[in-house]
Design a protein around this ligand. Structure first.
Ligand SMILES: *Cc1c(COP(=O)(O)O)cnc(C)c1O
Length: 466
Protein backbone atom coordinates (compact mmCIF):
# COMPACT_ATOMS: atom_id res chain seq x y z
CA UNK A 1 0.00 0.00 0.00
CA UNK A 2 1.36 3.50 -0.80
CA UNK A 3 2.20 5.52 2.29
CA UNK A 4 -0.45 8.13 3.12
CA UNK A 5 0.69 10.53 5.82
CA UNK A 6 -1.61 12.74 7.78
CA UNK A 7 -0.85 15.94 9.63
CA UNK A 8 -2.42 18.28 12.12
CA UNK A 9 -5.93 19.64 11.44
CA UNK A 10 -4.72 23.23 11.98
CA UNK A 11 -2.09 25.67 10.75
CA UNK A 12 0.06 28.13 12.66
CA UNK A 13 -1.19 31.72 12.92
CA UNK A 14 1.22 33.19 15.46
CA UNK A 15 4.70 32.16 16.62
CA UNK A 16 6.49 32.47 19.94
CA UNK A 17 10.27 32.79 19.71
CA UNK A 18 12.48 30.41 21.67
CA UNK A 19 15.92 31.26 22.99
CA UNK A 20 18.70 28.90 21.97
CA UNK A 21 21.29 28.35 24.72
CA UNK A 22 24.81 26.93 24.91
CA UNK A 23 25.74 23.91 26.98
CA UNK A 24 27.71 26.17 29.33
CA UNK A 25 24.65 28.33 29.93
CA UNK A 26 22.53 25.26 30.59
CA UNK A 27 25.04 23.79 33.05
CA UNK A 28 24.90 27.03 35.00
CA UNK A 29 21.10 27.18 34.83
CA UNK A 30 20.54 23.62 36.09
CA UNK A 31 23.03 24.07 38.96
CA UNK A 32 21.23 27.28 39.98
CA UNK A 33 17.95 25.35 39.82
CA UNK A 34 19.26 22.75 42.29
CA UNK A 35 19.15 20.11 39.51
CA UNK A 36 15.36 20.28 39.63
CA UNK A 37 13.77 21.02 36.25
CA UNK A 38 10.79 22.58 38.05
CA UNK A 39 13.09 25.35 39.26
CA UNK A 40 14.47 26.30 35.83
CA UNK A 41 13.37 29.57 34.29
CA UNK A 42 11.32 28.91 31.19
CA UNK A 43 13.43 31.48 29.30
CA UNK A 44 16.37 29.04 29.67
CA UNK A 45 14.39 26.14 28.15
CA UNK A 46 14.34 25.29 24.44
CA UNK A 47 11.71 22.54 24.13
CA UNK A 48 9.52 22.47 27.22
CA UNK A 49 8.16 18.99 27.84
CA UNK A 50 7.82 19.47 31.59
CA UNK A 51 4.08 19.08 31.44
CA UNK A 52 1.02 19.19 29.23
CA UNK A 53 -0.72 21.12 31.99
CA UNK A 54 -1.84 24.59 30.98
CA UNK A 55 0.69 24.61 28.15
CA UNK A 56 -1.69 24.02 25.23
CA UNK A 57 -1.99 26.47 22.37
CA UNK A 58 -5.49 27.92 22.32
CA UNK A 59 -7.31 28.21 19.01
CA UNK A 60 -8.36 31.46 17.34
CA UNK A 61 -11.91 30.63 18.43
CA UNK A 62 -10.86 30.31 22.05
CA UNK A 63 -9.00 33.61 21.86
CA UNK A 64 -12.09 35.19 20.30
CA UNK A 65 -14.07 33.71 23.20
CA UNK A 66 -11.74 35.46 25.64
CA UNK A 67 -13.10 38.75 24.28
CA UNK A 68 -16.61 37.64 25.20
CA UNK A 69 -15.73 37.46 28.89
CA UNK A 70 -18.69 38.51 31.03
CA UNK A 71 -16.85 39.61 34.15
CA UNK A 72 -19.87 39.88 36.40
CA UNK A 73 -19.28 38.77 39.98
CA UNK A 74 -22.36 36.56 39.91
CA UNK A 75 -24.17 34.68 37.16
CA UNK A 76 -21.69 35.30 34.32
CA UNK A 77 -23.00 34.26 30.89
CA UNK A 78 -19.74 32.31 30.42
CA UNK A 79 -20.55 30.18 33.46
CA UNK A 80 -23.88 29.14 31.92
CA UNK A 81 -22.14 28.36 28.65
CA UNK A 82 -19.56 26.21 30.49
CA UNK A 83 -22.28 24.48 32.49
CA UNK A 84 -24.23 23.67 29.33
CA UNK A 85 -21.12 22.29 27.56
CA UNK A 86 -20.04 20.13 30.53
CA UNK A 87 -23.57 18.74 30.81
CA UNK A 88 -23.64 18.00 27.08
CA UNK A 89 -20.23 16.27 26.79
CA UNK A 90 -19.59 14.85 30.26
CA UNK A 91 -23.23 14.38 31.25
CA UNK A 92 -23.05 15.52 34.89
CA UNK A 93 -25.86 17.67 36.30
CA UNK A 94 -24.04 20.12 38.55
CA UNK A 95 -20.95 22.07 37.47
CA UNK A 96 -18.85 24.07 39.91
CA UNK A 97 -15.87 25.89 38.41
CA UNK A 98 -12.56 25.90 40.29
CA UNK A 99 -9.28 27.67 39.56
CA UNK A 100 -7.74 24.35 38.47
CA UNK A 101 -8.01 20.62 39.17
CA UNK A 102 -6.63 20.62 42.71
CA UNK A 103 -9.26 23.18 43.70
CA UNK A 104 -11.91 20.60 42.82
CA UNK A 105 -9.92 17.84 44.58
CA UNK A 106 -9.72 19.95 47.71
CA UNK A 107 -13.50 20.53 47.85
CA UNK A 108 -14.35 16.91 47.07
CA UNK A 109 -11.86 15.54 49.63
CA UNK A 110 -13.14 17.82 52.40
CA UNK A 111 -16.74 16.92 51.69
CA UNK A 112 -16.43 13.16 51.30
CA UNK A 113 -13.48 11.97 53.41
CA UNK A 114 -13.50 11.59 57.20
CA UNK A 115 -10.28 10.93 59.14
CA UNK A 116 -9.36 7.25 58.85
CA UNK A 117 -11.31 6.72 55.62
CA UNK A 118 -9.93 4.76 52.71
CA UNK A 119 -9.90 6.04 49.14
CA UNK A 120 -9.30 3.29 46.60
CA UNK A 121 -8.08 4.13 43.12
CA UNK A 122 -6.23 3.10 39.98
CA UNK A 123 -2.82 4.46 41.00
CA UNK A 124 -2.38 7.68 42.92
CA UNK A 125 -1.94 11.14 41.48
CA UNK A 126 0.25 13.61 43.41
CA UNK A 127 -2.17 16.48 44.14
CA UNK A 128 -5.18 14.18 44.45
CA UNK A 129 -3.49 11.99 47.06
CA UNK A 130 -2.11 15.02 48.91
CA UNK A 131 -5.62 16.42 49.36
CA UNK A 132 -6.98 13.04 50.42
CA UNK A 133 -4.25 12.76 53.06
CA UNK A 134 -4.63 16.36 54.26
CA UNK A 135 -8.16 15.54 55.47
CA UNK A 136 -7.03 12.28 57.09
CA UNK A 137 -7.75 9.75 54.34
CA UNK A 138 -5.52 6.95 53.13
CA UNK A 139 -5.12 6.04 49.48
CA UNK A 140 -5.07 2.35 48.49
CA UNK A 141 -4.00 1.34 44.99
CA UNK A 142 -6.24 -1.19 43.21
CA UNK A 143 -4.86 -0.90 39.66
CA UNK A 144 -4.01 -4.11 37.79
CA UNK A 145 -0.45 -5.42 38.24
CA UNK A 146 0.36 -4.83 34.56
CA UNK A 147 0.27 -1.07 35.25
CA UNK A 148 3.38 -1.42 37.40
CA UNK A 149 5.23 -3.33 34.69
CA UNK A 150 6.80 -1.02 32.10
CA UNK A 151 7.14 -3.93 29.66
CA UNK A 152 3.57 -5.15 29.71
CA UNK A 153 1.83 -4.41 26.40
CA UNK A 154 -1.62 -4.59 28.03
CA UNK A 155 -3.99 -2.30 26.05
CA UNK A 156 -5.72 -1.00 29.19
CA UNK A 157 -3.12 -0.66 31.90
CA UNK A 158 -5.42 1.77 33.70
CA UNK A 159 -7.90 -1.04 34.47
CA UNK A 160 -8.89 -1.76 38.04
CA UNK A 161 -8.25 -5.20 39.51
CA UNK A 162 -11.71 -6.26 40.72
CA UNK A 163 -10.14 -8.82 43.06
CA UNK A 164 -7.98 -6.15 44.71
CA UNK A 165 -10.99 -3.86 45.03
CA UNK A 166 -13.08 -6.65 46.57
CA UNK A 167 -10.30 -7.38 49.07
CA UNK A 168 -10.17 -3.70 50.10
CA UNK A 169 -13.95 -3.80 50.62
CA UNK A 170 -13.69 -7.01 52.66
CA UNK A 171 -10.78 -5.75 54.73
CA UNK A 172 -12.07 -2.28 55.63
CA UNK A 173 -15.82 -2.53 55.03
CA UNK A 174 -17.71 -0.50 52.43
CA UNK A 175 -18.64 2.25 54.91
CA UNK A 176 -14.95 2.98 55.57
CA UNK A 177 -14.35 3.59 51.88
CA UNK A 178 -15.01 7.26 51.15
CA UNK A 179 -15.13 6.64 47.41
CA UNK A 180 -13.34 5.08 44.50
CA UNK A 181 -11.12 7.54 42.66
CA UNK A 182 -10.80 6.55 38.99
CA UNK A 183 -8.19 8.13 36.76
CA UNK A 184 -8.71 8.18 32.99
CA UNK A 185 -6.13 8.05 31.54
CA UNK A 186 -3.80 7.15 34.42
CA UNK A 187 -1.10 9.81 34.49
CA UNK A 188 1.38 8.09 36.83
CA UNK A 189 1.14 4.79 34.94
CA UNK A 190 2.27 6.53 31.77
CA UNK A 191 -1.00 7.92 30.41
CA UNK A 192 -2.56 4.49 30.21
CA UNK A 193 -6.31 4.13 29.59
CA UNK A 194 -9.01 2.27 31.48
CA UNK A 195 -11.47 0.26 29.38
CA UNK A 196 -15.18 0.93 29.34
CA UNK A 197 -15.88 -2.74 30.09
CA UNK A 198 -13.70 -2.61 33.21
CA UNK A 199 -15.23 0.63 34.44
CA UNK A 200 -18.71 -0.83 33.97
CA UNK A 201 -17.79 -3.90 36.06
CA UNK A 202 -16.19 -1.69 38.70
CA UNK A 203 -19.26 0.52 38.75
CA UNK A 204 -21.56 -2.50 39.25
CA UNK A 205 -19.43 -3.73 42.16
CA UNK A 206 -19.34 -0.29 43.79
CA UNK A 207 -23.09 0.25 43.38
CA UNK A 208 -23.71 -3.13 45.04
CA UNK A 209 -21.77 -1.94 48.08
CA UNK A 210 -23.04 1.64 48.01
CA UNK A 211 -19.58 3.06 47.24
CA UNK A 212 -19.45 6.22 45.18
CA UNK A 213 -17.10 6.64 42.23
CA UNK A 214 -15.47 9.91 41.27
CA UNK A 215 -13.63 10.23 37.99
CA UNK A 216 -10.44 12.19 37.57
CA UNK A 217 -11.61 13.39 34.16
CA UNK A 218 -8.48 15.41 33.42
CA UNK A 219 -7.63 13.28 30.37
CA UNK A 220 -10.89 11.37 29.89
CA UNK A 221 -11.21 12.43 26.22
CA UNK A 222 -7.77 10.97 25.52
CA UNK A 223 -8.98 7.85 27.31
CA UNK A 224 -12.07 7.79 25.07
CA UNK A 225 -9.80 7.91 22.01
CA UNK A 226 -7.91 4.79 23.19
CA UNK A 227 -11.22 3.02 23.84
CA UNK A 228 -12.33 3.79 20.28
CA UNK A 229 -9.07 2.43 18.89
CA UNK A 230 -8.55 -0.58 21.12
CA UNK A 231 -11.76 -1.80 22.73
CA UNK A 232 -13.88 -4.37 20.87
CA UNK A 233 -17.17 -2.92 19.65
CA UNK A 234 -16.17 0.74 20.12
CA UNK A 235 -14.50 1.52 16.77
CA UNK A 236 -17.54 3.10 15.10
CA UNK A 237 -18.58 5.26 18.02
CA UNK A 238 -17.81 8.96 18.47
CA UNK A 239 -15.50 10.19 21.22
CA UNK A 240 -18.48 12.09 22.61
CA UNK A 241 -20.58 8.92 22.99
CA UNK A 242 -17.72 7.02 24.62
CA UNK A 243 -16.96 9.93 26.96
CA UNK A 244 -20.60 10.08 28.06
CA UNK A 245 -20.55 6.32 28.75
CA UNK A 246 -17.38 6.63 30.85
CA UNK A 247 -18.88 9.42 32.93
CA UNK A 248 -22.19 7.60 33.30
CA UNK A 249 -20.37 4.88 35.30
CA UNK A 250 -19.46 7.48 37.93
CA UNK A 251 -21.09 9.92 40.36
CA UNK A 252 -19.08 12.97 39.42
CA UNK A 253 -15.63 14.18 38.46
CA UNK A 254 -12.79 16.50 39.30
CA UNK A 255 -11.31 18.19 36.26
CA UNK A 256 -8.10 19.99 35.51
CA UNK A 257 -9.12 22.02 32.47
CA UNK A 258 -5.42 22.57 31.80
CA UNK A 259 -5.13 19.24 29.99
CA UNK A 260 -7.91 17.91 27.70
CA UNK A 261 -9.89 21.17 27.82
CA UNK A 262 -7.13 23.08 25.99
CA UNK A 263 -6.90 26.07 28.32
CA UNK A 264 -4.04 27.63 30.25
CA UNK A 265 -5.95 27.76 33.53
CA UNK A 266 -9.23 26.38 34.84
CA UNK A 267 -11.01 23.35 36.18
CA UNK A 268 -14.27 22.21 37.67
CA UNK A 269 -16.02 19.82 40.00
CA UNK A 270 -19.04 18.10 38.44
CA UNK A 271 -21.56 16.11 40.44
CA UNK A 272 -24.89 14.36 40.03
CA UNK A 273 -26.04 14.30 43.65
CA UNK A 274 -28.11 17.41 44.50
CA UNK A 275 -27.19 17.51 48.20
CA UNK A 276 -23.49 16.99 47.65
CA UNK A 277 -23.54 19.67 44.95
CA UNK A 278 -25.20 22.12 47.37
CA UNK A 279 -22.53 21.39 49.97
CA UNK A 280 -19.82 21.89 47.32
CA UNK A 281 -21.32 25.22 46.25
CA UNK A 282 -21.27 26.31 49.90
CA UNK A 283 -17.67 25.30 50.30
CA UNK A 284 -16.29 26.64 47.02
CA UNK A 285 -17.15 30.18 48.19
CA UNK A 286 -14.64 29.79 51.02
CA UNK A 287 -11.69 28.60 48.97
CA UNK A 288 -12.15 29.48 45.30
CA UNK A 289 -14.89 32.06 44.80
CA UNK A 290 -18.61 32.22 44.19
CA UNK A 291 -20.05 29.05 42.64
CA UNK A 292 -20.54 30.73 39.26
CA UNK A 293 -16.86 31.55 38.83
CA UNK A 294 -14.82 29.48 41.31
CA UNK A 295 -11.61 31.45 40.95
CA UNK A 296 -11.83 31.93 37.19
CA UNK A 297 -12.44 35.03 35.12
CA UNK A 298 -15.47 34.88 32.84
CA UNK A 299 -13.13 34.80 29.85
CA UNK A 300 -11.36 31.72 31.25
CA UNK A 301 -14.68 29.86 31.52
CA UNK A 302 -15.54 30.84 27.95
CA UNK A 303 -12.20 29.55 26.63
CA UNK A 304 -12.72 26.29 28.52
CA UNK A 305 -16.26 25.86 27.15
CA UNK A 306 -14.93 26.25 23.60
CA UNK A 307 -11.89 24.08 24.35
CA UNK A 308 -14.08 21.20 25.53
CA UNK A 309 -15.93 21.23 22.21
CA UNK A 310 -12.64 21.19 20.28
CA UNK A 311 -11.22 18.42 22.46
CA UNK A 312 -13.78 15.79 21.45
CA UNK A 313 -13.03 16.19 17.74
CA UNK A 314 -11.56 12.94 16.41
CA UNK A 315 -9.04 14.60 14.08
CA UNK A 316 -7.75 16.77 16.91
CA UNK A 317 -7.22 13.76 19.13
CA UNK A 318 -5.65 11.70 16.35
CA UNK A 319 -3.06 14.44 15.76
CA UNK A 320 -2.47 14.94 19.48
CA UNK A 321 -1.90 11.31 20.34
CA UNK A 322 -0.30 10.68 16.91
CA UNK A 323 2.45 13.14 17.78
CA UNK A 324 3.14 11.36 21.06
CA UNK A 325 3.28 8.05 19.19
CA UNK A 326 5.66 9.54 16.62
CA UNK A 327 8.16 10.47 19.34
CA UNK A 328 7.63 7.08 20.98
CA UNK A 329 8.43 5.28 17.74
CA UNK A 330 11.68 7.21 17.25
CA UNK A 331 12.79 6.33 20.77
CA UNK A 332 11.81 2.68 20.53
CA UNK A 333 13.71 2.41 17.24
CA UNK A 334 16.66 4.00 19.07
CA UNK A 335 16.59 1.24 21.68
CA UNK A 336 15.43 3.46 24.56
CA UNK A 337 13.75 1.72 27.52
CA UNK A 338 10.32 3.29 28.01
CA UNK A 339 6.86 2.45 29.25
CA UNK A 340 4.92 0.48 26.64
CA UNK A 341 2.50 0.90 25.09
CA UNK A 342 3.08 4.62 24.55
CA UNK A 343 0.47 6.57 26.50
CA UNK A 344 -1.74 9.52 25.66
CA UNK A 345 0.10 12.60 26.84
CA UNK A 346 3.74 11.75 26.85
CA UNK A 347 6.63 9.35 26.77
CA UNK A 348 7.73 7.85 30.06
CA UNK A 349 11.40 6.87 29.97
CA UNK A 350 12.30 3.96 32.24
CA UNK A 351 15.11 5.69 34.13
CA UNK A 352 15.92 2.67 36.29
CA UNK A 353 16.84 0.69 33.18
CA UNK A 354 18.27 3.68 31.34
CA UNK A 355 20.77 4.23 34.18
CA UNK A 356 21.42 0.80 35.71
CA UNK A 357 24.64 2.10 37.31
CA UNK A 358 22.69 4.48 39.59
CA UNK A 359 21.07 3.08 42.76
CA UNK A 360 17.47 4.18 43.41
CA UNK A 361 18.74 6.22 46.40
CA UNK A 362 20.53 8.48 43.90
CA UNK A 363 17.26 9.25 42.08
CA UNK A 364 18.09 8.10 38.53
CA UNK A 365 14.98 9.77 37.05
CA UNK A 366 15.86 13.12 38.61
CA UNK A 367 19.41 12.78 37.26
CA UNK A 368 18.26 11.82 33.79
CA UNK A 369 15.88 14.78 33.57
CA UNK A 370 18.67 17.16 34.61
CA UNK A 371 21.15 15.58 32.16
CA UNK A 372 18.67 15.82 29.28
CA UNK A 373 18.32 19.54 29.92
CA UNK A 374 22.10 20.00 29.93
CA UNK A 375 22.43 18.06 26.67
CA UNK A 376 19.77 19.81 24.58
CA UNK A 377 17.66 22.29 26.56
CA UNK A 378 14.73 19.86 26.56
CA UNK A 379 12.92 20.06 29.88
CA UNK A 380 11.33 16.87 31.22
CA UNK A 381 10.00 15.87 34.65
CA UNK A 382 10.87 13.23 37.23
CA UNK A 383 8.09 10.75 38.00
CA UNK A 384 9.67 8.32 40.41
CA UNK A 385 10.87 8.24 44.00
CA UNK A 386 11.13 12.02 44.35
CA UNK A 387 7.50 12.42 43.24
CA UNK A 388 6.34 9.54 45.44
CA UNK A 389 7.62 11.28 48.59
CA UNK A 390 7.83 9.68 52.00
CA UNK A 391 5.51 7.23 53.73
CA UNK A 392 3.16 9.28 55.95
CA UNK A 393 3.61 6.88 58.90
CA UNK A 394 7.21 5.64 58.72
CA UNK A 395 8.74 8.76 57.16
CA UNK A 396 10.82 6.59 54.86
CA UNK A 397 11.35 7.27 51.15
CA UNK A 398 8.84 5.45 48.98
CA UNK A 399 10.47 3.69 46.03
CA UNK A 400 7.64 2.99 43.56
CA UNK A 401 8.09 0.20 41.03
CA UNK A 402 8.24 2.80 38.27
CA UNK A 403 11.16 5.23 38.18
CA UNK A 404 10.30 7.39 35.20
CA UNK A 405 11.17 10.56 33.32
CA UNK A 406 8.16 12.04 31.63
CA UNK A 407 8.46 13.81 28.28
CA UNK A 408 5.06 15.44 28.20
CA UNK A 409 3.79 16.84 24.94
CA UNK A 410 1.81 20.11 25.10
CA UNK A 411 -1.22 20.12 22.81
CA UNK A 412 -0.88 21.90 19.43
CA UNK A 413 2.42 23.55 20.39
CA UNK A 414 5.46 21.75 18.95
CA UNK A 415 6.28 20.41 15.49
CA UNK A 416 7.56 17.09 14.25
CA UNK A 417 11.06 18.62 14.02
CA UNK A 418 10.95 19.39 17.75
CA UNK A 419 10.14 15.73 18.34
CA UNK A 420 13.15 14.75 16.19
CA UNK A 421 15.50 16.98 18.20
CA UNK A 422 14.17 15.52 21.44
CA UNK A 423 14.59 11.92 20.31
CA UNK A 424 18.13 12.56 19.06
CA UNK A 425 19.14 14.01 22.42
CA UNK A 426 17.66 11.11 24.42
CA UNK A 427 19.34 8.55 22.16
CA UNK A 428 22.69 10.35 22.41
CA UNK A 429 22.41 10.44 26.22
CA UNK A 430 21.62 6.74 26.29
CA UNK A 431 24.78 6.06 24.34
CA UNK A 432 26.74 8.09 26.92
CA UNK A 433 24.74 6.99 29.95
CA UNK A 434 27.81 6.29 32.11
CA UNK A 435 28.46 10.04 32.11
CA UNK A 436 25.25 10.70 34.06
CA UNK A 437 25.84 11.23 37.80
CA UNK A 438 23.41 10.50 40.67
CA UNK A 439 21.89 13.19 42.91
CA UNK A 440 21.17 13.73 46.60
CA UNK A 441 18.85 16.18 48.39
CA UNK A 442 20.18 19.47 49.67
CA UNK A 443 16.65 20.72 50.49
CA UNK A 444 13.52 18.63 50.86
CA UNK A 445 10.09 20.28 51.30
CA UNK A 446 7.40 18.59 53.37
CA UNK A 447 4.55 18.53 50.82
CA UNK A 448 4.78 17.58 47.13
CA UNK A 449 8.54 17.72 47.46
CA UNK A 450 9.27 17.21 43.75
CA UNK A 451 8.14 20.76 42.95
CA UNK A 452 10.65 22.66 45.08
CA UNK A 453 13.33 20.17 46.17
CA UNK A 454 16.99 20.97 45.52
CA UNK A 455 19.80 18.51 44.82
CA UNK A 456 23.53 18.22 44.20
CA UNK A 457 25.52 15.59 42.30
CA UNK A 458 26.83 12.80 44.56
CA UNK A 459 30.29 13.50 43.14
CA UNK A 460 31.78 16.45 41.29
CA UNK A 461 29.77 19.44 40.20
CA UNK A 462 28.13 18.14 37.02
CA UNK A 463 25.14 15.86 36.48
CA UNK A 464 26.44 15.09 32.97
CA UNK A 465 30.18 14.62 32.87
CA UNK A 466 32.02 16.03 29.84
C1 LIG B 1 -2.93 17.91 36.49
C2 LIG B 1 -3.68 16.84 37.14
C3 LIG B 1 -4.43 17.07 38.31
C4 LIG B 1 -4.38 18.40 39.06
O1 LIG B 1 -4.86 19.44 38.31
P1 LIG B 1 -4.24 20.92 38.41
O2 LIG B 1 -5.04 21.66 37.38
O3 LIG B 1 -2.79 20.85 38.10
O4 LIG B 1 -4.51 21.42 39.79
C5 LIG B 1 -5.18 16.04 38.80
N1 LIG B 1 -5.18 14.83 38.23
C6 LIG B 1 -4.45 14.56 37.13
C7 LIG B 1 -4.48 13.19 36.54
C8 LIG B 1 -3.67 15.55 36.56
O5 LIG B 1 -2.92 15.27 35.49
Amino acid sequence: MPKRSWAEPFKIKMVEHLRMTTREERERAIAEAGFNTFLLRSADVYIDLLTDSGTSAMSDRQWAGMMLGDEAYAGSANFYHLEEVVRRYYGYQHVIPTHQGRGAEHILSRLCIRPGDIIAGNMYFTTTKAHQELVGGKFVDVIIDAAHDPDSEHSFKGDIDLGKLQRVIDQFGATKIAYLCVGATVNMAGGQPISLANLRDVSALCRKHGIRIFLDATRAVENAYFIKLREPGQADRTLTDILRDLCACTDGCTMSGKKDCLVNIGGFLALNDDELADAARNMVVLFEGLHTYGGLAGRDMEAMAIGIQESVDFDHMRARIGQVEYLGRLLIEGGIPLVRPVGGHGIFLDAARFLPHLPREQFPAQSLAAALYVDSGVRAMERGAVSAGRDATTGRNIFPSLELVRLTIPRRVYTQAHMDVTAESVIELHRNREKIVGLRFTYEPKHLRFFQARFEPVEGKRVLRV
